[in-house]
Design a protein around this ligand. Structure first.
Ligand code: CUK
Ligand code: CUA
Length: 625
């Protein structure tokens, strides 16, 4: 490896702004005696809440039957591989969007379109979900989510709230932190968490860890193609972007470049790595990138600390995890994880540091103590930050200006149950942070719910943060294992109720139909070309347009189904018995499946989505002979 940067230039100024454990207990005890004790443990997430506890000035806490939530919550699904939509504040789970996971209800992983994206894989690990931006707030167009397990990025289209595109990131492993550009729909930046031999194709020296590498990748948000990559020292964790489009940034927790736990924890400081996007884009344009292995993506070398014009390595303590930029866009907050501090980086100083006028460490303007095991930070609209503290199982509310002034910035600590990972607040990752809601995503639920065997649910706790004190209003169980969540004002998300018939989603089926001289919308056609049989049908409640089709044994069969009911919420589907085939089609949607007719006999197909009083009669026979 190249020479390491000097990360001991300055001393950490923590301790100036400490809160003692005693203060912490005082604060939480007060919290328990106040509003917290009334609500904690009594109300399930999603249950009705007595209206008198709602504060007049704050957001509406109770969402009655038939009423709509004020916010959409977008939850990553962790090792379930999906993304979930939750109504906030009610906690109602509204939808699960299969992304990297196979799903029977929608047929994700079964239909030809989903297979073209999943490419034979059926699992994933989604940690970070973000929406596309324009001018510092959400534009309602796309959502993006990482797959840590197989180095992919997926895009969800927000008009239909379905997975749209999945891209593989070359020479990467453990794609973890991601963040889109915040000024325009432009790029999504993705971090590799695992250092691997490069090229990552099984060639070269596989044993020598010092020869491994790690990349920060830029993916075009519209084409979803990987535009460039840059190699860094260490390995990367979470990702953020500024509001102007000048920088992307990443926390690095393994500056030691070790492969085992003790090897990775040796140093007192690792880095916040800042990527100079203007310089990187210019270098890529000038053809300065090289390629790695079979990948055609241009790669720059951002290693070598001070010697790299593309990267700035800001020393921060110790194995930092989350990095979050505040709603003013002025500060990036890195959570120390193994240090009880958060580091506040002033982004306006980064240019001076890139120019060599100040040391990288001079960009850190405050380093308050917030508790043991700080992981992630959310923000309100009053200059306060809320940091999740894993080991202490608390959320620490602290004031950014006070921290910068060198005063004790800690305003309140509140207990959460238990071992909190991510935290987020309503619109926290935009310039329109509104300070209404905060959610604590706790990794352990222990005694909070009925026991259900050794694998337990997570516990998610929702706080009204509009008042002086944080007030928990709900808690509820979550299936494994949302890492991160966004709480988004509902006016920014405007999903359609019916598909437009010319949607790009049906390109595969439309091209097929064109070739066969049939239309998808008026189809009752069986076309056999050699050993491939194509079956086109429509569903109009309560019937398929074909009540029977015949297939020669051994043929490949493609069934194309269009839902011709343009009625809101009237879905159909196609479940073929004994063939592991099941998918849904929402109003005016087309989808198709391809399988082998490898068994002789009669096989009923039926509509699995309850669509009509005669829904059970919506069926037909496939006869294979
Ligand atoms: S990471 Cu899981 S708690 Cu993957 Cu965002 Cu911090
Ligand atoms: Cu169509 Cu049930």
């Amino acid at each position: 490896m190249t020479e390491k940067k000097d990360d001991h230039q300055d001393e950490i100024k923590s301790g100036e702004v400490q809160t003692s454990r005693r203060d912490f207990f005082k604060t939480t005890a007060m919290g328990m005696a106040g509003a917290g004790a009334v609500t904690m443990g009594i109300l399930p997430f999603g249950a009705a809440k007595d209206a008198e506890a709602s504060s007049a000035a704050g957001p509406k806490e109770h969402v009655g039957p038939g009423e709509l939530d004020e916010y959409y919550g977008f939850w990553s699904g962790g090792q379930s591989g999906e993304v979930r939509i939750i109504g906030i504040p009610s906690g109602r789970e509204l939808k699960r969007i299969p992304v990297f996971n196979w799903d029977a209800a929608y047929g994700w992983g079964t239909t030809n379109f989903s297979k073209s994206q999943m490419k034979g894989r059926i699992s994933g690990d989604t940690h970070h979900f973000h929406l596309s931006y324009k001018d510092g707030t959400y534009d309602g167009k796309y959502g993006f989510v990482n797959d840590k397990s197989q180095a992919r990025l997926a895009r969800i289209r927000l008009d239909m709230l379905v997975t749209d595109k999945i891209v593989d990131i070359p020479n990467a492993a453990g794609t973890h932190g991601i963040f889109p550009s915040r000024n325009e729909i432009n790029a999504v930046y993705c971090n590799s968490e695992f250092r691997v031999p490069l090229p990552y194709d099984g060639s070269g020296d596989l044993e020598d860890v010092s020869k491994y590498g790690c990349l920060h990748s830029c993916i075009d948000a519209e084409s979803m193609e990987v535009r460039w990559q840059i190699q860094v020292d260490g390995n990367l964790d979470l990702c953020a972007t500024d509001y102007e489009g000048k920088y992307s940034m990443a926390c690095c927790y393994n500056s030691e470049e070790g492969a085992t736990l003790p090897e990775m924890m040796g140093k007192d400081r690792d880095w916040l790595v800042i990527f100079n996007l203007e310089r990187i884009e210019a270098a890529i344009k000038a053809g300065k990138g090289t390629t790695i292995g079979n990948s055609k993506v241009p790669v720059l070398d951002g290693r070598g600390g001070a010697n790299s014009e593309y990267t700035l390595y800001i020393p921060v303590p110790k194995s930092p995890h989350g990095v979050n930029v505040d709603p003013t866009g002025k500060y990036a907050v890195c959570s120390g994880k193994l240090s009880p501090t958060v580091s506040v980086v002033e982004l306006s100083k980064v240019d001076q540091a890139f120019a060599g006028k100040i040391k990288p460490r001079d960009c850190v303007i405050a380093e308050p103590e917030v508790g043991l095991g700080p992981l992630h930070t959310a923000f309100d609209n009053k200059g306060n930050a809320y940091t999740s503290i894993f080991l202490d199982s608390v959320v620490t509310k602290w004031n950014i200006a006070k921290a910068i002034a060198g005063e004790n910035p800690v305003l309140e600590k509140v207990d959460v149950n238990y071992q909190i990972g991510h935290i987020n607040a309503s619109m926290s990752e935009t310039k329109d942070a509104d300070g209404n809601w905060m959610v604590a995503l706790c990794k352990f639920s222990k005694d909070r719910f009925l026991p259900v065997g050794p694998f337990r649910a997570e516990n998610e706790q929702l706080f009204n943060i509009s008042g002086k004190k944080m007030k928990m209003v709900h808690e509820g169980a979550a299936h494994a294992e949302p890492h991160d969540a966004l709480i988004v004002s509902r006016d920014l998300i405007r999903p359609e109720k019916v598909w437009p018939r010319d949607d790009r989603r049906f390109e595969i089926e439309r091209a097929m139909a064109k070739k066969h001289g049939v239309t998808l919308e008026a189809a009752a056609n069986v076309i056999t070309e050699g050993n491939h049989t194509y079956v086109y049908m429509v569903g109009i409640a309560p019937a398929f347009s074909l009540s029977k089709f015949n297939v020669p044994l051994g043929n490949t069969v493609t069934v194309v189904l269009t839902n011709m009911d343009g009625v809101e919420d009237l879905s159909h589907g196609f479940c073929l018995t004994q063939h592991d085939i099941n998918f849904g089609v929402s109003p005016k949607e087309t989808a198709s499946v391809t399988f082998k007719a490898d068994k002789k006999g009669v096989f009923w197909y039926y509509c699995p989505w309850f669509c009509h009083a005669l829904h059970l009669e919506m069926r037909g026979r496939m006869i294979v002979s």
